[in-house]
Design a protein around this ligand. Structure first.
Ligand code: HEC
Length: 244
């Protein structure tokens, strides 16, 4: 039996989709849906070109489609039912897809967001002026503690675990300093840069879910910023990362 051209064309179209969607993960890696969309647009154009090259093909391709839409194909009841089904299902399907796409999402896209972006070159030059001043260490920590509980506690929490009273209202959540993936794997100069510039100072790769972290350089002096950072390390027991 020879397949009608419509069936061949749709078959080729669906087969291409199945290959892009389910076959590619075996061959290379899964394709992102935007790429699949692009490829499928090309396949659509190719199929339309193929069926419209010859006059006969053109009619045998579009003929059944137009006669189905006009209601000229098949027998009475079956024809009516299938037309109704098609005209209800297709709009519902696209309506649903559109709804799914425009529905706002409240999930922060964490995987794409860079939490520890590369700081600008000048950040590497920040050095703690109190480094090595053992005699006054306790004093600095006490001052840092005071600064923390006056400024940072609302978001970063009284146990420095990111569960401050504002934390639930924020998305991106405040950093949890007790977690070994935050300050313990960062250099002090990086932390100083982050504290100084806040969420606004983050480069593009860390947006669009902007962090509410304030730019503390507008509020705290440089010395206060260093002292509060020393307190963070003292309280959590972590050591800043160093070049060694
Ligand atoms: C309005 C809420 C808020 C306040 C107040 C606040 N922070 Fe933050 N902080 C955040 C948020 C949100 C982040 C972003 C976490 C992320 O990027 O994943 C953050 C991130 C940080 C980071 C970066 C951690 C990392 O792993 O890169 C440091 C360091 C930090 N805050 C220190 C402080 C200090 C010190 C203070 C007080 C002087 C403070 N924060 C006050 C909300 C706040």
């Amino acid at each position: 039996m020879r397949l009608p051209l419509v069936a061949k064309a749709f078959g080729a179209w669906i087969l291409s989709y199945v290959i892009f969607k389910f076959g590619m993960p075996f061959i290379t890696s899964p394709l992102p849906s935007s790429i699949i969309f692009m490829y499928m647009s090309l396949v659509t154009v190719a199929v339309l070109l193929f069926v419209s090259v010859f006059e006969d093909d053109f009619h045998s391709f579009f003929g059944p489609i137009t006669s189905f839409i006009r209601g000229e194909e098949g027998d009475g009841v079956g024809r009516k039912m299938s037309r109704i089904a098609v005209f209800i299902i297709i709009p519902l399907f696209f309506g649903f897809r559109t709804y799914e796409n425009v529905k706002p999402s409240f999930e922060a896209p964490f995987p794409q967001r860079v939490i520890h972006p590369a700081p600008p070159g000048e950040a590497a030059g920040f050095t703690n002026p109190f480094e090595g001043d053992e005699a006054h260490y306790e004093e600095y920590i006490q001052e840092g503690r005071k600064i923390y509980y006056e400024n940072c506690v609302f978001c970063h929490g009284d146990k420095l675990d990111g569960h401050g009273i504002f934390a639930n209202a924020l998305n991106v959540k405040p950093a949890n300093f007790a977690d070994p993936t935050t300050i313990s794997m960062l250099m002090e100069s990086f932390v100083f840069w982050r504290v100084s510039k806040g969420g606004i100072g983050l480069p593009g790769e860390s947006t669009p879910w902007d962090s509410a972290m304030p730019p503390w350089e507008l509020i705290l002096t440089e010395e206060e910023r260093w002292k509060v950072i020393m307190f963070l390390y003292e309280y959590t027991g972590f050591k800043p990362r160093t070049w060694e």
